[in-house]
Design a protein around this ligand. Structure first.
Ligand code: FE2
Ligand code: FE2
Length: 136
């Protein structure tokens, strides 16, 4: 059983976005497995954190480009959430690299809670708008 099993509740019905959300959930699971493992490897944790920060930014760009192109009315508040999360993940990575922060259960729970909240509420809110504008 993974830490954060992917489930149909996360599926928004827009393929490109669903694929990226799934990748983010799976990266959270990889991070969890690495932290739980007896042979925790610094390099692997760093790689997963880097991947998460990187991939998240690309994912946000995809969503934000759609918002801009289609004039999504909730764009500003949505982007604010993206920016706060981007800062948090970069901060996490930098603190980890400096040895100031261990990646622990609290961080995993933060990632999980953020993804669940953001996908199920904030992202879900754009689905009908995007679909009505021909995105699928
Ligand atoms: Fe989003
Ligand atoms: Fe998203």
């Amino acid at each position: 059983m993974s830490f954060m099993p992917w489930s149909d509740v996360f599926v928004l019905g827009i393929d490109s976005i669903d694929t990226q959300h799934r990748w983010l959930v799976e990266a959270t699971n990889r991070l969890h497995d690495q932290i739980e493992s007896q042979e925790l490897e610094y390099g692997v944790v760093r790689e997963i954190l880097e991947g998460l920060a990187d991939y998240t930014m690309n994912h946000f760009i995809l969503e934000e480009e759609l918002f801009a192109r289609l004039n999504y009315p909730e764009s500003d508040t949505h982007i604010e959430e993206h920016n706060a999360f981007t800062h948090k993940t970069i901060d996490l990575l930098l603190c980890f690299e400096r040895g100031e922060e261990a990646v622990d259960e609290d961080i995993l729970e933060f990632l999980q809670a953020w993804l669940v909240h953001h996908i199920l509420q904030v992202d879900k809110a754009y689905v009908s708008f995007l679909k009505a504008n021909g995105v699928n």
